[in-house]
Design a protein around this ligand. Sequence first.
Ligand code: NAP
Length: 676
Amino acid sequence: MSIRQISSFAAGKWIAPGQGARQIASAITGEVIASAGNDALDVAAMLDHARSVGGPALRAMTFHDRARMLKALATHLGANKQALYDLSFDTGATQSDHMIDIDGGIGTMFVFASKGRREMPDGHVYLDGAIEQLSRGGNFLGQHVCTPLHGVAVHINAFNFPVWGMLEKLAPTLLAGVPAIVKPATNSCYVTELAVRLMLDSAILPQGALQLVSGGLGDMLDRLQMQDVVSFTGSADTALKLRATPAILRNAVRFVAEQDSLNASILGPDATPGTPEFDLFVKEVSREMTAKAGQKCTAIRRIIAPEAQVQAVIGALSERLAKVVIGDPRLETTRMGALVSQGQKRDVLDKAAIIGAESERVFGDPDNFDVDGADAQKGAFLPPMLFHCADPDKAQRVHDTEAFGPVSTVMGYRDLDHAVEIANRGQGSLVASVITRDPDVARTVVSGAGAWHGRLYFNNRDSMKGSTGHGSPLPHMVHGGPGRAGGGEEMGGVRGVMHYMQRTAIQGSPDILTAIGGKWVPGAKEIEGPAHPFTRRFGELSIGETLHSKSREVTLEDIETFASFTGDTFYAHMDDAAAKRNPFFPGRVAHGYLLIAFAAGLFVEPNEGPVLANTGLDDLRFMKPVSAGDSIKVRLTVKQKTRRNDEYGEVRWHVTLTNQDDEMVAEYDLLTMNAM
Ligand code: NAP
């Protein structure tokens, strides 16, 4: 069999392995299948290429341009995923493991593409939070904005998810507008290399946006500057070593770390044998132990059950684990494949021995188990191994030893506070799950354990059909955890994009803030358009373009007609004495909805035109009641424009209603879809 030469992609060129290359063996057969690494890689040129070519090209695009680029990349990878599956078996992964890694990675990219379009502006500056009033008169305001870092993101990934691990970092980085240099773990870098080749060959990315290091990083980290970011996933030991790089410390280079984690799952006191929750617990734990042969950062390492249920849990889990077919991951019947390498297998056995010194192995014998279709010794196979720790209070190593394989330990708890205490002894984890239907249990765990865990996952019979699994980090939710889990955070929707941007507090006048954010700020200049704004197409409207309506008197008859027409005969509109007893009203007042309806009557242009639909109102506030005899008028201003496609875009209008004394009666944002 020929040995694959796994290249790096540096400064626009593919560089084959050379001096210092490492050989990579198949997890299934132990044979050498690939070679990667080259000591002569010019890492300085790579950094320069990213900073001087990739960064400017990405920053010239808007968030929406980059979101569309991510969608195109994800679509392209999806169309070619069979090639990734085919290659990935050699890492020991089964087809269902591929679904997590390859399909999961592509899905993550799609989510960022869609969030970028829906939650970020079609511009270059992301507005973080609302305008802050810094002066009485409203002529000096504050706004936080985020802009892309001008450096490069160096992504260092663990071996277990060669595709997802890259894409979950790459998607928010590119969406932010920052170029990336990806360094996968050498053991599985051949899969990442193919995914990178597919993306580069698609010609969807601008030059310099993505580079790849297969093998060692050389002295790249010593060359990092204050605009660069490192996003690391791997073991706590490596993280400690890398984050202590003098250049990283000296230049305050951001270092986002996702490390190992002694994740726990708690069986709720209510989830006794015979309940759907008990069965669900056993199913989730066994899945987490065996998916990716337990090589998942989120896998359940500690199984925390009421003392009275410990034997039942061991019995039910052992029964389920006994059915797991171990073998060549290419076989359809295989449920658990191999670990990534012989080295990883040895490491897991060493860690299992440490755990075993404080607990008893109750299931799985690494010296005696069946492997289908492969040689158990040549491949890096192990059986699932379940331990029971009878005294979790006295034990120490079961709470701090991560056997990164199919290994987990059952421990009993006396009461819920004890369960929380045991879960927190992991000193910071990525995820803890609780299988319970009791809301009090859930509340107690959140207040007792929230600060120790990046994610808390509750599941029971009501949610299990739609639930996503204890071990699945989702692009919408933050992934990361405190303490030993690294203290970092990734994904979580737009939050994940912010790791690659700088937040800056901006202070200035309404006109200055409008110009910076591309969003009209109350108090900024109003522009008088050449015609009614509803007659103007999306592209013709300017930010700040304003319509002032005529005024209209609101009569008692209007209020009564509206009340009888809609059925809204709330006393504040109908009964003067009762309304007066209310602290908010001077007497009978007009319905808020009547005012909104009158406002529309005052500002619309009735004829068919570029306004296609009213799609909603945001931030509606009624500030002052309107009584019969008062009159209202409207100011309608183009606040923000967001292109949706070639045919139409969304216009956000800022609307204020004022009374005859120019006092603000109501304020809201109106959303319309306008033809291009
Ligand atoms: P690792 O040995 O710490 O390696 C992680 C990465 O660091 C690899 O790409 C490795 O490259 C690189 N690396 C090691 N030494 C380096 C150095 N001196 N300079 C630059 N890069 C260096 O971890 P692993 O064995 O790949 O992964 C298993 C660990 O990752 C487990 O502890 C697991 O819990 C953790 N993990 C955490 C998450 C999470 O999201 N929190 C996800 C997955 C895995 P080489 O392969 O070339 O050495």
